[in-house]
Design a protein around this ligand. Sequence first.
Ligand code: THU
Length: 135
Amino acid sequence: MVSKKQIQVLLQHAYDAQKIAHAKYSGFKVGAALQTRDGEIFSGCNIESSSLGLTICAERVALTKALSEGKTKFVAILIVGPVKDYCPPCGACRQLLYDYAPNIDIILTDGKNIKSVPLSELLPFAFEETKLRIK
Ligand code: THU
């Protein structure tokens, strides 16, 4: 569980990241702030490509930044979008978050309200490591 005070800190990081999003094709700027178990925050923004399918979402940028710095324990990720509505993570982000942090909480805001949902509720019956066994 993340405290209300910590949510405010995550919000600030997510909004700061959103400001520098590279979203010139869609105009849809997203920011994310990932909280590690030891209290660090890794932010991310979406990075779009002219080859649209190569676009990387804010959540995956935050996660890969943290993983590449050796962080492996995560408690929550807060996501902000550009409109007054919740911006839930896309399917690809749900999968990658599940692979590295199946118990993480997803914190969303519509600009007014805050909603926290366990990832397991957003991705039930997930594909995961144990399913890779072929024998
Ligand atoms: N996007 C994210 O960054 N995160 C999401 O969870 C949903 C979508 C980005 C990808 C693309 O740059 C833009 O939003 C429109 O889909």
